[in-house]
Design a protein around this ligand. Sequence first.
Ligand code: HEM
Length: 405
Amino acid sequence: MLEGHKEIEVPADVPVWDVDPYDPAVLADPLDYYAELRSKGPFAYIPKYSILTCGRYEETKEVFSDWERFVSSRGVGIQDFNLEEPWRPLSIVLEVDPPEHTRTRAVIERALSPRSVANQKETYSTAADKLIDGLLEKGTFEAMEELAETYPTTVFPEAVGLRETDRQRLVDYGEMVFNALGPNNELRRNAMAKGPEVVPWIMERCQREQLTLDGFGSTIYAASDTGEITEEEAGLLVRSLLSAGVDTTVTALGSAIWCLANNPDQFDLLKAKPDKARWAFEETMRFTSPVHSFYRTANVVTEVSGIKIAEGTKILCVLAAANRDENHWPEPDKFDIDRRPSQHLALGVGVHACVGQNVARAEGYAVLMSIAKKVESIELAGETVWRPNNSIRSLAHLPITFRGK
Ligand code: HEM
């Protein structure tokens, strides 16, 4: 076993590539790695971890969406749950396959339905306006902490219905969950070290009595009253919201500001038509891919694009590379808010496609709409620093100056 999974032979016609996708330098500045990955062919074999990796749009989409051949139940990280115990009770939505997945997904989908998110839109836009007004008063600020982290950790706990919240613990838990999907490197070890402090607090927040009666959480628990799921399963589904709904949106919002600061012509387009906020957020997701990669495990002997894949093969699907594939996207390295990139893979694809996408889009729309209406210029006010994470690509520091209209 290597990093919790079976070692595999190099499949015929697959190049061996001596790269470490988890090298902090690669994680912090991955564009060359993405381009080289695509140039290798449909797959490359990485000996350091004995995994296959793919980053062309077609194959990444095929592997990521075909749950019958490429399962999630053996883990969406480097470990194979058939061979090694997961670090926490596994997610009953992300880390299961149909038919189990269909049952739990229906419950969480109902809680996060377009209608239930639409009911919160006013709260989201009021919170965005208040935050942007405050930042305009400051002028220069640290956009990761004061905007990207502050906004979701203000609106999301309330939307879920948490009676008690703590920004730092929510952010730390998200960072831990996403680092945990990688190998046992320093990033994973440092993140996991926060576990004893953060995990019990998170588990406590997921209990029914800790939730208000009008949030996503209470809709999930209502399904336990009718026997659709058990009360214990309801708690685990609320945990899924807290695992997947914070670090992702923090990352996407920070990256959206970074994209607009670096592309003033695109910000001009947004200011001229604030309704483009939806597409500006969508293009941010394509261009920056907050979740850069997740795994699938081949559950059968199979073939993709003529390449034979052995049972038990771990495949690193680099969504971020697929979102820049020149054979799928015209001028992929251009940030273009008129592109309308609805087929990007940043939110996944197939049965596991992000169930929180309505929430993510509502948050992104509210913040970018408010900025488009109130802010005249966005400028970088210092050095930007990326924060390496085994599965997320986020900025750590983004000093920004806003000037008002
Ligand atoms: C921009 C923000 C977000 C991004 C980039 C993102 C990305 C993703 C991706 C790539 C997947 C697919 C995982 C897979 O197929 O293995 C996913 C699934 C999921 N996301 Fe999101 N997500 C975001 C926001 C959210 C939010 C706000 C929530 C909660 C409200 C959420 C909850 C989930 C859950 C529970 C799943 C598992 C769904 C399933 O397995 O059926 N996500 N997300």
